[in-house]
Design a binder for this molecule. Structure first.
Ligand SMILES: *Cc1c(COP(=O)(O)O)cnc(C)c1O
Length: 412
């Protein structure tokens, strides 16, 4: 997995984007809707864990397209697989199938079902929110409508997934949303037990809340949620859009808790950057959506399926799950080992980490890191999120750890 990479020009300290970027960003401002605000940079290419902007400055990508670029940028195997598939068959609609689609469905079913002994079936979509729409519709086929969702949750921006997303600023402009959602504090077993009864269709959970700042629930909580769902005939629906596909050092984050869900949604890391989402139903949950209940023109097209198969193959063949665990543990220990009073602790698992600061300066740190050639983000005022490509090495991460004290105003 060690890939050569030319060091090129490091980003100039605190220098804003140059003329080429400024021109693109001005055109962006006129041509695109304002949904995302002003982009941080215009990027032109990537290789391994690095990307370059229009001025030729290099950045270490510790965000990975927000947990998407599992194999980094321009991974030779992914490039070759996509090119080969593009020259063979890109799209056929779901009136037809393809070998790569069936291969990927079987592979996902096996990875998700593990040794649970349950059969699994998959529905392919094109994004995380769409994978969740499929799961949400599947919950309605139980004959129940009540869904329990978590405070701090993020499940996507389409109307159904938004109805299960906690952030008020995302929800309020679009009310009324889908009704019959009950909210409980994330990680609170007693609160969950108090709202569970035999009218609950599903409990929807992120095993680690990513957008909310890489929040890990207490040990045993997910297993308790599983027990409560089983006791009340409710579906346990895990949104592993961010945590799945090796991000936390196992195929699913729920494996750490020994929990077998009924529904799992995947997307971000699955295609290594090619858009794909998947809703996997285990056992009876795989039969809830029947002919005519749901559909997608693009979902599961050969190009996306081939990319996902290649991502999974590289993770397996390069033993990346063990690498993610070792590298993530090293990174967390190295950051905590700085012993900075500005850092409270590092949370998360594998290569999904939140650096919790003792003051709400995450946005400022993010801006300084960007100026120095490091891409991270600030999902909360006091949390930095790190989700680098799964292929990143310690050696590549060391400059980030070394620079952190400077951005926090600490002497190294
Ligand atoms: C990013 C994310 C989504 C939404 O995925 P999109 O591809 O942006 O629609 C849903 N759930 C979780 C947990 C996510 O992190």
């Amino acid at each position: 997995m060690s890939r050569t990479s030319d060091p090129a020009t490091p980003a100039q300290a605190h220098e804003p984007g140059g003329a080429a970027s400024a021109d693109l960003l001005a055109r962006y401002g006129d041509a695109l809707m304002t949904t995302f605000g002003t982009p941080a940079r215009a990027l032109v290419r990537g290789e391994g864990p690095y990307v370059w902007d229009a001025e030729g400055r290099r950045y270490l990508d510790l965000l990975g397209g927000i947990a998407v670029n599992a194999l980094g940028h321009a991974h030779p195997r992914l490039v070759a697989a996509i090119a080969d598939q593009a020259a063979t068959l890109v799209h056929v609609s779901n009136l037809f199938t393809s070998r790569v689609q069936v291969d990927l469905a079987e592979k996902l079913d096996a990875l998700v079902a593990g040794d649970s002994g349950l059969g699994a079936r998959v529905f392919f979509a094109n994004s995380g929110t769409e994978a969740n729409e499929a799961a949400f519709k599947a919950t309605r086929r139980t004959g129940r409508t009540k869904v329990i969702a978590m405070e701090g949750s993020f499940h996507g921006r389409t109307m159904g997934a938004l109805s299960l997303t906690a952030t008020e600023a995302y929800r309020a402009p679009f009310a009324p949303l889908v009704p019959d959602v009950t909210w409980v504090p994330f990680g609170d077993a007693d609160a969950l037990a108090a709202v569970m009864d035999d009218t609950v269709a599903a409990v929807v959970v992120e095993p680690i809340q990513g957008e909310s700042g890489v929040v890990v629930p207490p040990d045993g909580w997910l297993a308790r949620a599983r027990e409560l769902c089983t006791a009340h005939g409710a579906l346990l629906w895990l949104d592993e859009v961010q945590t799945g596909v090796g991000r936390t050092g196992t195929w699913l984050a729920a494996e750490h808790d020994g929990v077998v869900p009924d529904l799992v949604t995947l997307a971000k890391g699955l295609g290594g950057g090619v858009p794909i989402g998947a809703c996997v139903g285990l056992g009876a949950a795989g039969d809830l959506l029947q002919a005519g209940h749901h559909g997608s023109t693009f979902g599961g097209n050969p190009l996306a399926c081939r990319a996902a198969l290649e991502v999974i193959a590289v993770i397996e063949e390069d033993d990346l799950l063990a690498h993610v665990t070792a590298t993530g543990d090293w990174l967390a220990a190295a950051i905590e080992g700085l012993g900075l009073p500005q850092i409270s602790h590092v949370r998360g698992r594998g290569l999904l980490r939140g650096v919790v600061l003792t003051a709400p300066v995450a946005k400022d740190v993010h801006a300084k890191a960007l100026a120095d050639g490091f891409l991270i983000n600030a999902p909360r005022p006091d949390v930095l999120r790190l989700a680098p490509p799964l292929i990143v090495t310690r050696e590549q991460l060391e400059p980030f750890v070394a620079a952190l004290p400077g951005w926090l105003g600490a002497s190294a």
